[in-house]
Design a protein. Structure first.
Length: 457
């Protein structure tokens, strides 16, 4: 009662979801589930259920993530040693924070975001926004026409599904500008490319480092740029000057920016010279659990949130089994990354391209036998009118209803000479998924796509 509201409703909600029910749904024996829960009970509160990285891939991902947070609360792990701690900020250490480079820029005219976050979709943070909804605005011209798109630090053509649909929509823009360090897919498609230096060729603005010991961090260049490129701060400072707004970016060097950012703190630029970062406290900071307040109307963990219910978003959504493939060689397509693969951009790296090579299609051994597929065989993957060929990896370590491939392959940009034409892209098979997303959490249903697989020989 002190920290949580709605526990009676949660007890009623979970009553039918017994270990025996879970065994039928997942194939995991009930006794193993019970043993696992007993281990958790013995070790709590020094236990964390990780909230999920890359979790938002299914139509019910929001509720999976929310239940993970509820489990952490029920175990009492919040703000406990070995548990789930709050990220501490400079304010918690008695320090001012870094001054935002936009602090002195006049606020824009108050207007609804094109993606509707915070207005049509009040449940979504209007700061971060939702890129798939921006595509909708570009396509329809509602709530107003979107004429230009500046892209920095993301590559939507391979990060989002259905690249051909994306290109159809992006062609409606008057201007597409991309700041990137290489010829990414979105840069290759752009009207204008502003070439940025790689992270070891540029000095970067200071960053806030949250955690038990909050502080600030600095990254400096190791080598001079090899080509005619600039750091991001140089690009945008120069753009502001050429657009007649230079008074809001009066910086001539990265040192000017660092001093501006630090002006409200007691930290000096030279304090970073020894380690590259500055911690604002000596010992880890912990909150008094008896004074914890959560970001809800009640200040407690709310199992049932009236605001969500009022928006038509149930706080507790009954479980629905996943859609199953039809059989006859149809499988759910899932994707992922290897331990030395970050995002979809390292396939053209001189070293990583040798490690990554090409991708293959993981398929369950029993399913492969039914289709006459042997390990290493070339197979055809099909979804509607989209087809591709890839080498099969026959394994027992995948569910019989799914196939898997590493993300980021199938590069079609000739300038990516080391990666061009290698492997098969997963996102080309995600037809229509740009408009299919979890209305509660906002994540695209990327892993709700199905493909048909057949042997070529």
């Amino acid at each position: 009662k002190k920290w949580v509201t709605g526990l009676p409703k949660l007890k009623t909600f979970v009553k039918p979801y017994t270990p025996e029910w879970a065994e039928k749904e997942t194939g995991i024996p009930a006794e193993e589930i019970i043993a696992f829960c007993n281990e958790l009970n013995n070790d709590r509160p020094s236990v964390i259920f990780h909230p999920g990285w890359m979790l938002a891939r299914y139509r019910d991902s929001f509720y999976a993530s929310r239940m993970i947070h509820i489990l952490n609360a029920l175990m009492g792990s919040i703000e406990m040693q070995g548990g789930l701690i709050y990220p501490k900020t400079p304010k918690d250490a008695g320090s001012a924070g870094l001054k935002s480079l936009g602090a002195d820029i006049p606020a824009p005219e108050e207007k609804e975001r094109a993606d509707g976050c915070g207005t049509r979709y009040p449940q979504f943070d209007k700061g971060a926004g939702m890129l798939q909804l921006a595509y909708e605005a570009i396509d329809t011209g509602k709530p107003y026409p979107v004429k230009a798109y500046f892209v920095h630090r993301h590559n939507p053509i391979i990060a989002l599904p259905d690249p051909e649909e994306q290109k159809r929509i992006l062609n409606k823009l008057d201007l597409l500008v991309v700041t990137d360090i290489y010829f990414s897919e979105i840069a290759w498609f752009a009207d204008v490319i502003l070439p940025e230096s790689t992270y070891i060729e540029r000095d970067s603005i200071l960053r806030t480092e949250k955690g038990p010991k909050p502080g600030f961090g600095r990254r400096q260049k190791c080598v001079e740029p090899m080509h005619d490129t600039k750091a991001g701060w140089e690009i945008y400072t120069e753009l502001a000057k050429r657009m007649g707004k230079g008074e809001y970016f009066p910086y001539e060097s990265i040192e000017d920016i660092w001093k501006y950012q630090l002006q409200d703190t007691k930290v000096k630029v030279e304090d970073f010279d020894e380690k590259g970062f500055v911690k604002l406290c000596k010992d880890p900071i912990t909150y008094d659990r008896n004074k914890l307040k959560f970001g809800t109307e009640s200040g407690k963990i709310e199992i049932v949130n009236k605001k969500w219910d009022g928006m038509g978003i149930p706080s507790l959504q009954p479980y629905e089994p996943p859609v199953e493939p039809s059989g006859n060689g149809e499988y759910r397509l899932i994707f992922g990354r290897s331990g030395y693969q970050a995002h979809g951009m390292h396939h053209n790296n001189p070293i990583l391209s040798q490690l990554l090579g090409s991708n293959n299609l993981w398929i369950n051994a029993d399913e492969a036998a039914k289709l006459g597929i042997k390990d290493g065989d070339e197979v055809e993957v099909n979804a509607g009118d989209t087809k591709g060929t890839i080498q099969a990896k026959v394994t027992d370590f995948i569910h019989p209803q799914a196939v898997f491939m590493l993300h980021g392959f199938g590069k079609d940009v000739p300038a990516q000479e080391r990666a061009f034409g290698k492997g098969l892209a997963d996102h080309i098979f995600m037809k229509g998924k740009l408009k299919e997303w979890d209305k509660a959490g906002g994540g695209l249903n990327l892993m709700e796509s199905f493909v048909t697989v057949k042997a070529l020989s």
